[in-house]
Design a protein. Structure first.
Length: 208
């Protein structure tokens, strides 16, 4: 699919910047807005393209080849960076907050997912150096992929949003089998409990 789809521009209101420490980012605050299904993921289907992306494990990953078996690819906006505040108005953007809790939850469910035959990978448009620091800090054992050029937004139509000069992916999860997408989770909320949702679907796809 052509073009970056599902975009929206978020502006901070009132000129107030909420600075949140990295320790706080490991927990979801109460009252954050849940994303609504805006239909932006409705057309995501078909084969994962033969796109090679850099990973935190030091090697490129070809998504087409990685999905030859069963692949769970969770896509998230961005994780926190040490010494940097969250973007202005971050907590008010539906679906933006929760990348660290989601990553850690997938990490903690890795064994269950592996027992269900799934390989797990995360993906964001964030810079690889920032992803590597995060993966080391939170002990993420599987690859986090960087798509800073938004290739999958063009190839698959993955939805994005804009904030303070950054174009980031909206949170969703793709399940692919035999190189074809068989399930799209969108919207994802709350992100820290989403891996349990994926485990439940993989255990019984016909139940949902």
């Amino acid at each position: 699919m052509g073009g970056v789809t599902g975009s929206q521009t978020i502006a901070a209101s009132g000129g107030t910047v909420l600075v949140v420490g990295l320790r706080d980012r490991s927990q979801l605050p109460s009252g954050i807005p849940a994303p609504e299904d805006d239909g932006a993921a409705a057309g995501i289907e078909g084969a994962l393209p033969a796109v090679r992306l850099a990973s935190t494990l030091g090697r490129e990953v070809d998504l087409h080849e990685a999905s030859a078996g069963r692949l769970v690819l969770y896509v998230y906006p961005r994780t926190g960076v040490p010494g940097q505040p969250s973007p202005p108005g971050w907590d008010a953007i539906p679906g933006a907050r929760g990348c660290t809790p989601e990553n850690c939850a997938f990490r903690d469910h890795k064994r269950e997912l592996r027992e269900l035959g799934a390989t797990v990978m995360g993906l964001s448009a964030q810079r690889l150096a920032e992803q590597r620091e995060f993966a080391e800090r939170e002990r993420i054992p599987y690859p986090l992929l960087t798509d800073s050029r938004l290739v999958l937004a063009r190839e698959l139509g993955l939805p994005t949003f804009d904030v303070v000069g950054m174009t980031l992916y909206k949170r969703l999860t793709l399940v692919a089998e035999r190189r074809r997408i068989v399930k799209v989770f969108y919207p994802v909320f709350p992100p820290d409990r989403h891996p349990q949702e994926v485990v439940a679907w993989l255990s019984d796809p016909d139940a949902s």
